[in-house]
Design a protein around this ligand. Structure first.
Ligand code: G1P
Length: 292
C-alpha cells in the first residue's frame, strides 16, 4: 500500500531552545536560512507523501504560514524582479497539502499521535516523523521504512545504534533479526536505563504505523515521565500484530538540542556548493585565532 499521509507533532514548547522559543516555534528556527521543519516535510514529500497533519498548539501558526502562499510578499518580489526568490517562496506552498489539528493539552507523544485518529482511515498505514530529528539520507529515511512495510506488511519503526549509556534518551526496541537490517519486534521500551535496556537500537522518531495503533493508544496508561507514550502503544501492538524495526541508512541530527543543531548547520553548509569553501576557509582562520 502506498503511504500518502504523515503526522508531524509540533505542539511541544521547545524548552531546550529557550530563549529563542519564547516567541518563535522551535520548528521555525532556521538551519542557515530555511526553517528546520522544512527538512522534515521534505523527507516526507520525497517519500511520496501528499498530505501532512501537524499536531499543533497555540503559538505555532507561523509553521502553517510557511507552507502557505504569502501574496503580499510574492507581489513585492515580483515587482522587484526577484524571480528566483519568488519561485522559491511559492515552492514551499506547493510541497504538500497541510492540515492542522490542535492538541489542547500536551500529554505526551502517544496523546499527540492519537489526535490524528480522524485523519487516518481504518486499515491505512501512515508515517509519523518527529520534528526534532533530521535524517540526511540518499533515500529518505521514511521511504526506507515504507519499503520494509510494503514487503513485510504491518508497522515499521526506524532505528539506529546508540552508545549503551544513551538508551535513557530514546524508545528502545527488542526483536529477532530477519535480515541484516530488519528485526521482527517483540518489545519496545521508552527511555530505559542502560542496565535494563533490551538493546542499543533506538528510534530517532521515524515510524510507519498501521491504523491499529489507535486501538493500542486507547489502552495504554500514562508511562515514562507521566505521559502517554507512543512507545508503550507500539509495545502493545507488537504483542498482537506484525511490527518491524529497521536500521535505516543516513546521518541523523538531534536538532532539538543546541549541539545537534550546530552539527546539522555545519553539515548543510558542507553540502552547499555556495557555502562550503567559505565555511572551510573561515573555520581554518578561526582555529588559528582561537588557538585550537
Ligand atoms: C521521543 C520518543 C522517543 C524517541 C525520541 C526521539 O522522545 O518518545 O521514543 O526515541 O522522541 O527523539 P522525546 O525526545 O520527545 O522525549
Amino acid at each position: 500500500m502506498k503511504i500518502s499521509k504523515a503526522v508531524i507533532p509540533v505542539a511541544g514548547k521547545g524548552t531546550r531552545f529557550l530563549p529563542a522559543t519564547k516567541c518563535i516555534p522551535k520548528e521555525m528556527i532556521p538551519l542557515i536560512n530555511i526553517p528546520m521543519i522544512y527538512y522534515v516535510v521534505k523527507e516526507a514529500k520525497d517519500a511520496g507523501i501528499e498530505t501532512i497533519a501537524f499536531i499543533s498548539s497555540t503559538g505555532k501558526e507561523s509553521i502553517l504560514d510557511f507552507f502557505d502562499r504569502n501574496l503580499e510578499l510574492e507581489k513585492f518580489l515580483e515587482d522587484n524582479k526577484k524571480v528566483d526568490l519568488l519561485k522559491e517562496v511559492q515552492e514551499y506552498a506547493r510541497m504538500v497539502d497541510i492540515i492542522s489539528i490542535r492538541q489542547k493539552e500536551q500529554l505526551g507523544l502517544g496523546h499527540a499521535v492519537n489526535e490524528a485518529r480522524c485523519f487516518i482511515s481504518k486499515g491505512e498505514e501512515f508515517a509519523v516523523l518527529l520534528g526534532d530529528d533530521l535524517v540526511f539520507a540518499k533515500r529518505p529515511c521514511i521511504a526506507q521504512l515504507a519499503d520494509v512495510a510494503a514487503k513485510q506488511g504491518g508497522s515499521v519503526i526506524g532505528v539506529m545504534e546508540v552508545p549503551k549509556q544513551e538508551t535513557c534518551k530514546y524508545g528502545i526496541v527488542e526483536g529477532d533479526f530477519i535480515d541484516d537490517k530488519t528485526l521482527r519486534m517483540k518489545k519496545m521500551v521508552e527511555k530505559p536505563a542502560p542496565e535494563i535496556a533490551p538493546s542499543n537500537l533506538a528510534t530517532p522518531g521515524r515510524y510507519i504505523l498501521d491504523s491499529k495503533i489507535f486501538g493500542a493508544l486507547k489502552e495504554i496508561p500514562k508511562g515514562a515521565g507521566g505521559e502517554y507514550q507512543l512507545t508503550d502503544a507500539i509495545n502493545l501492538l507488537c504483542q498482537k500484530e506484525k511490527v518491524f524495526a529497521h536500521i535505516f541508512e543516513g546521518r541523523r541530527f538531534d536538532t532539538g538540542n543546541p549541539s545537534g543543531y550546530l552539527k546539522a548547520v555545519i553539515n548543510l553548509a558542507l553540502q552547499s556548493e555556495e557555502l562550503k569553501n567559505d565555511f572551510i576557509n573561515d573555520f581554518e582562520e578561526a582555529k588559528k585565532y582561537y588557538e585550537l
